[in-house]
Write a protein that binds this ligand. Sequence first.
Ligand SMILES: Nc1nc2c(c(=O)[nH]1)N(C=O)[C@@H](CNc1ccc(C(=O)N[C@@H](CCC(=O)O)C(=O)O)cc1)CN2
Ligand SMILES: Nc1ncnc2c1ncn2[C@@H]1O[C@H](COP(=O)(O)OP(=O)(O)OP(=O)(O)O)[C@@H](O)[C@H]1O
Length: 181
Amino acid sequence: MNKQELRTEIRNRKRQFTQAQLGELSLSIIMQLKKSPHLRKAQTILLYYSLPDEVNTHEWIDELVAEGKKVLLPVVTDGENMILREYTGKKDLKEGNFHILEPSGTLFSEKRYGEIEVGIIPGMSFDDKGHRLGRGKGYYDRFLERVPSIYKIGVCYSFQKESLIPYEKHDKVMDEIITDI
Ligand SMILES: Nc1nc2c(c(=O)[nH]1)N(C=O)[C@@H](CNc1ccc(C(=O)N[C@@H](CCC(=O)O)C(=O)O)cc1)CN2
Ligand SMILES: Nc1ncnc2c1ncn2[C@@H]1O[C@H](COP(=O)(O)OP(=O)(O)OP(=O)(O)O)[C@@H](O)[C@H]1O
């Protein structure tokens, strides 16, 4: 299967689950993330504000903020690039491109990217080697090129995992994948 065929296949698999079932699976994934030593240690975290078909991060994000962690979310600026802004609460969020809710808070300057310790990266699919299939626009690949030191945790539902994902040299490899099993 090429990347596009795999995306279609994953979308079809997702349709077999109800929102309630996906919500349950999300809770199990978030529970494991909370136990991760990398996250416990981290003070500055790159996260994503989930779309309806992604592992749900909405409640967990607010918990992290309440614990005093710095949470950064992507903001798409054009067809190729994203920047980061700090998330401090739901009041910060404004709908951006692709209907994603994006923070309008303080810009996190590229000069400070070295401070980001962990990145939680969504994906359409991952394989055991940490290869990632995204939504096909290359935003994360281009972004992660600029933050080489970040510990990258890919998250997806277990039914999204594949034994092997077509891999190209620009694709960034995850350090760890967390699913519901
Ligand atoms: N929650 C979340 N935020 C994120 C990402 C993400 O995957 N998830 N991104 C990760 O890159 C960036 C945004 N990139 C995106 C790229 C495509 C689509 C999208 O909905 N694509 C449609 C196809 C639309 C089209 O082709 O024009 C789709 O997947 O159905 C969404 C986000 C930054 N923020
Ligand atoms: N580091 C990079 N520099 C320039 N172009 C890139 C880079 N990474 C990816 N691209 C381009 O972006 C497009 C999409 O790449 P790919 O299919 O790997 O995206 P993806 O990882 O699935 O998507 P996303 O990161 O948005 O979720 C391709 O045309 C690819 O050539």
